[in-house]
Design a protein around this ligand. Structure first.
Ligand SMILES: Cc1cc2nc3c(=O)[nH]c(=O)nc-3n(C[C@H](O)[C@H](O)[C@H](O)COP(=O)(O)O)c2cc1C
Length: 262
């Protein structure tokens, strides 16, 4: 774990220091969170299956909207399934050496089954059903990642699983109203995490009133992010990324598995 105090870690992360209460400065749990980073390089050491199960249990301790628990986790250990999954994600070559993968599933199916088993109508077949299940799955993903990083494992979410939804849905044999929001690569890290700089706290934590960032705010953040993205800066890189269509068929796929998005 990092030798730096919480204040120092936050300064490194945000380029600004929040007012950290003195009592928290050496809080090891917060220091771990503040020094975390996604891991894309793993040793060849396999992940203990019991550890994967324990991390899934920790993930599902997360809160869920109205206690509906509309999220599940699929642990992928079957070698053929794992290979199939990796091959769908092969545009990202680092995934090849991932020892283990789990998939976070939004599950609105169970709710619909409960409606039917309890002879209740389901007059909530609209965008909210998709949204609630997706958010629950995202929160579980975050808990899983935090728990894994606490134990010294490394992980990285994989949203490109959504680039080939129909194929992934088919070979993971997922039924209607259940879909992956992201995969998660997990293993023993081959190197310590990198602290990736975040936008200024003063521009992203709003006190009583929302305010926009200015181009100058972004420029000063970009100066801190010249390390990556071919030196062009974060905002230019992200603007370029979103100048191309991505997953334009996503809504069609979600409708094809039974959701109404109206
Ligand atoms: C929902 C989600 C999906 C992500 N998908 C990918 C992905 O497909 N490939 C990848 O390399 N990183 C992926 N990431 C990791 C982000 O790139 C990473 O969190 C971000 O660059 C910040 O870096 P850090 O996590 O090291 O702080 C994803 C993260 C989240 C939360």
């Amino acid at each position: 774990m990092s030798e730096l105090s919480l204040d120092q870690l936050f300064t490194q992360r945000f380029g600004e220091t929040p007012s950290v209460p003195k009592a928290l400065s050496a809080n090891s749990a917060l220091q771990r969170i503040a020094s975390r980073g996604s891991c894309r390089r793993f040793t060849s050491q396999p992940v203990d299956p019991a550890m994967l199960e324990a991390l899934c249990a920790a993930a599902l301790c997360a809160p869920s909207k109205s206690d509906l628990q509309q999220r599940d986790i699929l642990i992928v250990t079957d070698p053929l399934l794992l290979q199939n999954l990796k091959s769908q994600l092969s545009a990202q070559h680092w995934i090849e050496n991932t020892p283990a993968m789990v998939v976070f599933l939004a599950n609105n199916r169970r709710q619909r089954q409960m409606q039917s088993w309890h002879n209740q109508p389901f007059p909530n077949d609209h965008l909210d059903a998709f949204f609630n299940a997706s958010v629950d799955a995202g929160i579980a993903l975050a808990f899983f990642m935090a728990a894994a990083e606490m134990t010294g494992l490394g992980c990285c979410p994989i949203s490109t699983i959504r680039n080939h939804m129909s194929e992934v849905q088919r070979f993971l044999r997922l039924p209607d109203h259940v879909f992956p929001i992201a995969g998660m690569a997990i293993g023993h890290p081959a190197q310590p995490p990198t602290i990736s700089a975040r936008l200024q706290l003063s521009k992203t934590v709003h006190l009583n009133q929302f305010s926009d960032v200015t181009p100058q705010d972004l420029h000063s953040y970009d100066e801190r992010r010249l390390d990556g993205a071919d030196g062009k800066g974060w905002s230019a890189d992200k603007a370029e990324m979103y100048a191309f269509p991505q997953r334009v068929d996503f809504a069609d796929f979600i409708r094809s598995i039974g959701f109404s998005l109206d």
